[in-house]
Design a protein around this ligand. Sequence first.
Ligand SMILES: *Cc1c(COP(=O)(O)O)cnc(C)c1O
Length: 373
Amino acid sequence: MSIDNFIPVAIPDLGGNEEKYAAEAIRSSWISSTGKYIEEFESRFASMCQVRHCLGTANGTVALHLALMALDLAPGDEVIVPSLTYVATANAVRYVNAEPVFVDVSPTNWCIDPQAIEAAITPRTKGIIAVHLYGHPADMDAINAVAHRHGLWVVEDAAEAHFATYKGRTTGGLGDIATFSFYGNKTITCGEGGAVTFNDDRLLLRSRMLRGQGMDPDRRYFFPIVGYNYRLTNTACAILTAQLERATEIVAARRRICDLYTRKLAGTPGIGFQPVAEWAVVTPWLFCITVDPILYGRSRDELAEFLAKSRIDSRPFFISVHRLPPYAKNAGLHLPITDRLSETGMNLPTYNGLTNADIDRVVDTVRAHARSP
Ligand SMILES: *Cc1c(COP(=O)(O)O)cnc(C)c1O
């Protein structure tokens, strides 16, 4: 599926009961944050992530904020984060007046490097946010081992990796709390939405209160703490319920697309792929390639321009967060893997309506512009 011959990077797959359930929510008049789909979504998502608890949130960014508030951070505390991530990971740390400490990613899985974490720990370090980047789970056993040795908590930012597995265990239950996003370009979506998942019963009450304006669960309209309105609507949960019904199919379709891209692009000089660790089953988010400017003969940005001229959208990898203006006091850090990926990586169109002909068009365009030495 392309629109006027234009191939965007992402189109949500809403081909199941999404419309039907959303219409049901509207007809029932339960369109805010009460209604049967909220319970339905939260319990289903928790069980699919193999965790005891799930709370839906308004988006993935506030899910991170909620997770960090639930874990109790004091101003000036430090949280170790990878620099190769979406900016929301670091912003959430600032929301709680703590400082993100940026470390490099591993060249073999592109997620936060456990050895780099160890080296970045100071007396002020309180926790780690491991991002499952581009659908690939981080090395959670190694990360949890470092955390355990130093008394730190671990948050999984699983916004890009719904149902990916690490040594057979599903993302969402591999740290103390996990956060998800259901933004329109994410693998599972309701437009704008998110969730936190966790096993610890003690986190439930506090997280629910913080999400719901701080209201006392035993006394309506009494607010013992400063809370937030981070709730998810019944209408959004109706869409998510339909998405979860088809989750296996949605993920399998993305996998097929990424496998096709990989097979068809293999052997193109200078084009590299996302490495997959032996312990990982990736839930592909956006298909990733790296462009070696010497071997391919063009830079990543030149390739993006060629694609755009052929009416194919693409997206550069995240800019290293430690180089963005709010975090630029860290710009002197030496994070070579992050910087190299950030400069050479790009995402190609990845959505379930993409036809084989669309994929061929993208692949042929990438191949056609190689100018190998
Ligand atoms: C998308 C994303 C988020 C934020 O999710 P929103 O729903 O857009 O707020 C956080 N972290 C990562 C790694 C993401 O990719």
